[in-house]
Design a protein. Structure first.
Length: 73
């Protein structure tokens, strides 16, 4: 990590007599507010998918309960 809070991610490939740089990616530290917004956004998406899955599970369970209750146990 450099003095300016940035870092480089390098991908190298070693061949017989030399090393080839395949890809270089520069990262810079983000400000705290944008990190909080990004984490909050991702958390809300995961929470939405979890709630959708729970709703679907309850629907399937109720269908199984009415059609074949012994299968549910």
């Amino acid at each position: 990590m450099g003095i300016d809070n940035s870092a480089d991610l390098l991908f190298h490939h070693s061949v017989q007599f030399k090393t080839i740089e395949l890809y270089r990616c520069r990262f810079e530290q983000a400000d705290e507010e944008s990190v909080k917004r990004n984490v909050s956004y991702k958390f809300k998406i995961v929470q939405f998918h979890m709630n959708t899955s729970h709703t679907r599970l309850r629907e399937v369970s109720s269908i199984i309960k009415t059609k074949n209750p012994s299968l549910l146990t």
